[in-house]
Design a protein around this ligand. Structure first.
Ligand code: GRF
Length: 218
């Protein structure tokens, strides 16, 4: 049985679209039951509706406190029967209470090789640091921002002449490949948290990999 999964977005929703596309494949172990946004104008809501997926706009500005907003959000997630929740460009900090409620069921994608470059402006900081490899990480969410057991990572080369936009676009392509694999690993039960690290069962099908590594940039 495919695990019922919700996706939370705030904007364009390109990672969400990658998950929706992947979930259409026969045998994919997650079924997307809801896309919700804290911003009613998020472009991703229209894309999800175009895929025939239920959508909700839960405008955080309409709630007095973070907790009130999250209570409304959890109510929608539970009404949809969500067992897993994927953050995909969801730009609200979540309270400890929400994170605890969804522990080991709440997944995020971050555009760096964690634990490097937590927070915003990851690509500008990677360029400033002069790293030769950056990438993206999918991880279970913990209370501290951009931390938590890492499910899967993709390495992406930084090329001579890269500016922030060029690097962001290359990493985003990797995100679109990585997130569906990471969700499949979790939804199929092949990736589990053991002692705050993710263990991946070795007989995972080769198309669900926890590591994407590029060829040398030369
Ligand atoms: C992605 O780079 C993701 O890693 C980060 O926010 C961005 C969202 O982009 N958390 P999109 O909305 O999925 O296109």
């Amino acid at each position: 049985m495919a695990r019922k999964t919700a996706i939370l977005i705030s904007g364009r929703g390109s990672n969400m679209a990658a998950l929706l596309d992947a979930a259409k494949a026969p045998g994919y172990p997650a079924e997307i039951v809801l896309v919700a946004s804290n911003r009613p104008g998020a472009a991703g809501l229209g894309i999800a509706a175009g895929h025939g997926i239920s959508t909700r706009a839960i405008d955080h500005t309409a709630y007095e406190t973070r907790e009130d907003f999250e209570t409304a959000l959890t109510a929608e997630l539970e009404k949809a029967g969500a067992e897993l929740v994927c953050l995909a460009g969801f730009m609200r900090l979540l309270t400890d209470g929400f994170v605890k409620h969804w522990r080991d069921k709440l997944i995020n994608i971050h555009p760096s090789l964690l634990p490097a470059f937590k927070g915003m402006d990851t690509h500008a900081r990677a360029l400033a640091a002069g790293v030769k490899i950056t990438g993206c990480s999918v991880h279970f969410v913990r209370e501290e921002m951009d931390s938590g057991p890492i499910i899967a990572q993709a390495a992406v080369p930084v090329l001579a002449g890269d500016d922030e936009a060029a690097l962001a676009a290359r990493v985003l392509d990797a995100e679109h490949a990585l997130y569906p694999m990471a969700l499949a690993l979790v939804a199929s039960g092949r990736a589990r948290v053991v002692g705050e690290k993710v263990m991946v069962e070795e007989n995972s099908p080769p198309d669900y990999r926890p590591l994407i590594s590029p060829p040398s940039a030369g």
